[in-house]
Design a protein. Structure first.
Length: 352
């Protein structure tokens, strides 16, 4: 996100908060018949505005604030005879207090009202459909496959992916059954969730995970030196998009294709040199290469390159095992610092 977009977003957000804040003062003043001279969003020279009745409405040049100007705010200034009794300073103390507090009160009431209105609209939730199964995770060991639809977790119905995730997170380190629908049939699988600890400035929470994702994991690979894949010219950070002419879209599909190919020679389509423009988020993709992994005994030597978030999650789990779970002792802090230096920035990535 560019600096200009960030600044504009900040101005729009602040402008909305200021508008409702000043609207509270304005409405309270109008309720008590206090004369409002000007309702302004922003300070400084007027950019645009109009006058309706006795009040001038305007947008000013400096958007960092706003104000409501009422008659008689200065108790020493004389009031026109026709406006006697309509000045702010002439009002009884409880009325002045209500007018002054109305702005902050509207800001306090605004978030729950906006949240309530947002939730009145229909919410589209993703179904509990497994898009990808992470390698070496409990779901893979239990036999969960991409395309499975999880219809129950430990006897609790899970019509959406979010409900499935919440049910699993509430069972850290526990073993339970999940019911999946696969090819029109229901299967019951037994799985043991991991026990992940997440520590923030406010609290430490435990969450269970089994290693499934709603989306598909791109098939970026690492290559074992001297392996069949290395002999065929495959490089680490290549993305394999086809095996023996079959198009691939995920790591799970790649694993199935390699398993089916066995020890025979394999023709793979490889995309190499993908770059991402961080300013526009556009992906510049090189032309696919066609490579042949020679036949031979044993594995091909391809490894899935784990994403940064997955890699960091494993490092944090290892840190918890090495350093313990005490979050306030200086000994734990020092141990965590050593682990952070060895992690290549994972702890910084978590908070960034």
């Amino acid at each position: 996100m560019s600096v200009a977009v960030k600044v504009l977003s900040f101005i729009v957000l602040l402008g909305g908060l200021v508008f409702f804040h000043e609207l509270g003062h304005f409405l309270a003043a109008k309720f008590f018949k206090v004369k409002v001279l000007r309702f302004s969003l922003g300070f400084g020279p007027r950019l645009w505005g109009f006058k309706r009745g006795e009040t001038e409405y305007q947008i000013a040049a400096l958007p960092l604030g706003g104000y409501v100007k009422m008659l008689g705010e200065d108790p020493t200034a004389p009031l026109p005879p026709e406006d006697r009794g309509r000045g702010f300073a002439e009002q009884k103390p409880h009325r002045r207090a209500i007018i002054a507090f109305a702005g902050p009160a509207v800001n306090l009431l605004l978030p729950p009202v906006v949240y309530f209105l947002m939730n009145l609209t229909p919410q589209l939730e993703a179904p509990a459909l497994v898009g990808a199964v992470l390698p070496n995770e409990p779901a893979e060991a239990a036999g969960v496959q991409p395309g499975d639809r999880v219809i129950a977790v430990d006897g609790v119905s899970t019509p959406s992916y979010e409900q499935m995730r919440e049910e699993i997170e509430h069972r850290p380190g526990k073993s339970f059954d999940i019911v999946v629908q696969r090819a029109g049939e229901q299967k019951t699988l037994h799985v043991t969730a991991t026990d992940d600890t997440e520590t923030t400035l406010l609290e430490t929470t435990r969450k269970g995970r089994i290693g499934v994702m709603v989306g598909k994991i791109p098939s970026y690979v690492g290559v074992v030196p001297g392996s069949r894949a290395a002999q065929g010219g495959v490089n680490t950070f290549d993305r394999i998009v086809s095996v023996n002419g079959q198009s691939l879209a995920s790591v799970a599909e790649l694993k199935l294709a390699l398993k089916a190919a066995g020890n025979a020679a394999i023709t793979v389509g490889v995309i190499r040199g993908e770059t991402v423009d961080l300013k526009t988020s556009s992906i510049s993709t090189a032309q696919p290469l066609t490579l042949t992994i020679p036949a031979g005994e044993g594995p091909t030597g391809l490894e899935h390159r784990t994403s940064t978030s997955e890699r960091c999650r494993r490092i944090r789990r290892r840190t918890q095992r090495v350093c313990g779970r005490a979050t306030r002792s200086s000994r734990w802090t020092a141990c965590r610092s050593r682990q952070a230096r060895a992690s290549g920035g994972c702890f910084r990535a978590r908070s960034g």
